[in-house]
Design a protein around this ligand. Structure first.
Ligand SMILES: [Zn+2]
Ligand SMILES: [Zn+2]
Length: 317
């Protein structure tokens, strides 16, 4: 006798911000392989002892490629291409696109479109990766954390590049580098291997560098970037007024090169510096500062004290 309620299917509504062409299953499989293989590789490596399969050369090459690829994401994909927090000359623009591609987080314009959608709808329904997607009780949040960290990569909805990244689509250099993403991934593995081989003059050196500075490094960069989407939208301190759940997380500041000062970032997205308070280390801001000093970056949007003060969260009385 009771009528079944009419269930609104949200995905039947017209969604102009979503590319009408859904992500194919083959691409989802590829994402699974891209992200799963490096972490499995790391787990397999744990029993291997220092000196046998890991030496100082590997540590050095891993550190260098971590800095290049993670910096390519934080300074390049994020602060420059997504938010325009400074202007770069053409060689620097190309270098940043190449370095970001080497982090294996998807082609440039896809990354930028997703991230701009994240800012427009942060922690709301259309946010591609909000940990609050399923609700705010502990079960929903646990599920949401997995979603924000990793699960969202497998979502069929692709952000419309036309709508969110028209400026990049109009840049021929960037469209080309976007298309060359598979080549940049290959480079990200080949370069460490070649360097490892040359520095040790051995095949074994090439192989261990490929493993540590290739696979293991990629996995570390992945999880640190994903932690910004999961941990920095759930835990941490709200130093600034923002309309979402973004937070500052101090213990991720060094590995994330300053990106974990995420509460300030949502409050002032175009700022070239995210760690603006005393003691908030922001390596990406320091890198941008060096590019500015070298004359490769200009019009850097450094935050003024006045601006920072105006955005501080009101302290409870
Ligand atoms: Zn965010
Ligand atoms: Zn951002």
């Amino acid at each position: 006798m009771t009528e079944a309620p009419v269930v609104e299917r949200p995905n039947r509504r017209p969604r102009p911000e979503i590319d009408p062409d859904p992500r194919p299953n083959a691409e989802k499989w590829l994402i699974g392989v891209f992200t799963g293989v490096p972490i499995l590789a790391l787990a397999a490596a744990i029993p291997l002892a220092w000196g046998r399969f890991l030496g100082w050369t590997d540590v050095l090459i891993t550190a260098v490629f971590y800095l290049i690829s993670a910096g390519g994401i934080t300074v390049g994909y994020h602060r420059y291409f997504t938010h325009g927090s400074f202007k770069a000359n053409r060689p620097l623009k190309i270098f940043l696109a190449v370095a970001g591609g080497m982090a294996m987080q998807g082609p440039l314009i896809t990354w930028v479109a997703d991230h701009r959608r994240h800012h427009k709808h942060s922690d709301k329904e259309m946010d591609p990766h909000s940990p609050w997607r399923f609700g705010d009780d502990w079960k929903a949040l646990a599920k949401g954390l997995v979603w924000a960290h990793y699960g969202w990569l497998f979502n069929g909805d692709r952000t419309s590049k036309e709508r969110f990244a028209k400026d990049l689509l109009n840049d021929r250099d960037l469209v080309r580098l976007h298309r060359w993403f598979p080549g940049l991934v290959a480079l990200s593995f080949l370069l460490p291997a070649v360097l490892g081989g040359l520095l040790t003059m051995s095949w074994a050196g090439a192989l261990t560098a490929l493993f540590w500075a290739g696979l293991v490094r990629i996995s570390l960069v992945h999880h640190v970037t994903w932690s910004i989407n999961s941990i920095c939208h759930t835990f941490g301190t709200e130093h600034f007024e923002s309309r979402d759940k973004s937070r500052n997380v101090w213990w991720l500041a060094i590995p994330s090169l300053g990106e974990s000062w995420h509460n300030l970032h949502h409050c002032d997205p175009t700022s070239a510096r995210h760690g603006v308070l005393k003691g908030q280390v922001d390596i990406s801001a320091r890198i941008i500062w060096m590019f500015e000093k070298a004359g490769w970056a200009r019009d850097v949007r450094w935050p003024t004290q006045e601006r920072i003060d105006s955005k501080r969260a009101k302290q409870p009385q």
